[in-house]
Design a binder for this molecule. Structure first.
Ligand code: FCB
Length: 441
């Protein structure tokens, strides 16, 4: 059912796995600051040590090969490769160079994200994403890494989930830098997307690898057929999905944002929307759940937990059909929709090692059903070129700390012992069979 060139991979992000937060010239990011602030992260957890991947990367990459994976999506930590004055940090660059060279020698394709939320704190001190200049600094950083790492990367990704950086970071304060003002969210989003445009140009001038962006999307269900709930669902869909995709693929922000946040406008200057809508070589889609929403009685919406549905450790509804429906919807709405990679999909469960084994049947079923949903969308004409599971390892799950386990490989944080879960072994067997298939036939 899967074409031989369809890629199966796993994804991680620098701050969630690397640790070594103060080593080899790395300086703090906004997540170091945020997680060190009491009350911001569950249990006071931080990414200071995480999975200690900075020291264990060789064994972790070998794990990818052992699991028969075609591709690996990782991110580069901006504060590791650029110092506080904006100059290159050789030690940091060399770390990623060695890592990418090893992936190449293992025959694993590297999908490299430049910004998975770890803005250097020194840039935050100058306003961060509320300062338009940060988009230019992001372009400088993109230019540096693409000069240094050209030829080692299969595909570049500028931003991971700008929605989360903008909304969770600046409007509701759940993520770093922890600001709580919708106006800030709208401004940050614009500068992030502008940064994507600036970085895309820089990447393309140094390397021929495809360039894309990764966005999170949500399926949305109206709580009832009452007009006000249908309207709430329309606004929730616009906020969750079109706020990022419309500027990238249509060159404009969705009208619904004006209904949702009257009087708040993005700080658009002449030429910005053209820069943002620069053609993409691919689009990365991260999908996790469906939200059930109803009217909040004013012009917004609130979520209501649907009773009696399957959920994960995060409390997120398991709804694979949502992924298929969203992909089909995007194909209809966006004539310029590029080929798609599912760059994240996965689930958290309270996994434990018992006699050397981790049983995670819900994850195996989740994976199967989401892959079937992708397959259906492909059969109905959506071009999907690969699927990355989130995540290789249990890791620092942002505001939830280490309690929520998304890995297909279990991590014992006291010993850093890795144990592949049943889901990892099932995936390995499936990929092994797939590779053997054509030869056997
Ligand atoms: C996504 C993030 C990723 C991970 C998963 C569970 O929003 O991109 O880093 O935390 O959620």
């Amino acid at each position: 059912m899967w074409r031989p060139d369809f890629l199966f991979g796993v994804a991680t992000a620098a701050y969630q796995i690397e640790g070594a937060a103060a080593e080899a010239g790395r300086h703090p990011s906004i997540w170091d600051t945020f997680s060190a602030t009491p009350g911001k992260v569950h249990n006071g957890d931080t990414g200071a040590i995480a999975c200690d991947h900075f020291h264990r990367w060789e064994a972790d990459l070998q794990q990818l090969a052992d699991l028969q994976l075609d591709a690996y999506r990782l991110s580069i930590a901006w504060p590791r490769v650029v110092d506080e004055r904006g100059a290159p940090n050789r030690q940091g660059l060399d770390f990623y160079k060695r890592l990418l060279e090893r992936l190449q020698s293992l025959g694993i394709q590297a999908f490299v994200t430049l910004y998975h939320w770890d803005l250097p704190q020194c840039l935050q001190d100058r306003g961060g994403w509320l300062n338009r200049d940060t988009a230019q600094r992001f372009g400088d950083y993109a230019s540096l890494v693409s000069r240094e790492l050209a030829g080692l990367v299969t595909a570049w990704c500028t931003l991971n989930e700008p929605w989360c950086s903008a909304y969770l970071g600046h409007a509701n304060g759940h993520h770093a830098p922890g600001l709580k003002n919708v106006r800030y969210g709208v401004e940050a989003m614009h500068h992030l997307l502008l940064g994507h445009g600036v970085a895309t140009r820089a990447l393309r001038s140094n390397d021929s690898a495809p360039v894309g962006i990764v966005t999170n999307v949500n399926a949305v269900r109206a709580d009832s057929q009452r007009p006000e709930d249908l309207q709430a669902a329309r606004l929730a869909h616009a906020c969750a999905n079109s706020w990022v995709l419309d500027p990238l693929l249509l060159g404009r922000y969705p009208e619904e944002l004006r209904e949702l946040w009257p009087g708040i406008e993005a700080p658009v200057r002449t030429g910005d929307m053209e820069r943002i809508a620069v053609p993409l070589d691919y689009l990365g889609i991260n999908y996790y759940f469906r939200a059930n929403v109803r009217s909040d009685g004013a012009h917004g919406y609130v979520e209501r937990m649907l009773p009696g549905v399957e959920r994960t450790q995060m409390g997120w509804e398991v709804y694979p059909e949502g992924l298929r429906d969203l992909l089909l919807g995007f194909k209809e709405r966006y004539p310029r929709l590029p080929p798609i990679y599912i760059t994240e999909n996965g689930m958290a469960s309270d996994d434990r090692v018992v006699d050397g084994r981790v049983e995670d049947p819900q994850r195996i079923s989740y994976l199967r059903r989401h892959l079937a949903a992708v397959d259906e969308a492909m059969r109905q004409g959506v071009e999907v070129k690969g699927y990355f599971l989130w995540s290789l390892l249990d890791n620092f799950e942002w505001a939830y700390g280490y309690e929520r386990r998304f890995g297909i490989v279990h991590v014992d944080y006291a010993t850093q012992q890795r144990t592949p879960k049943d889901s990892a072994l099932a995936l390995r067997d499936f990929l092994r069979q797939r590779k053997a298939g054509p030869r056997a036939g």
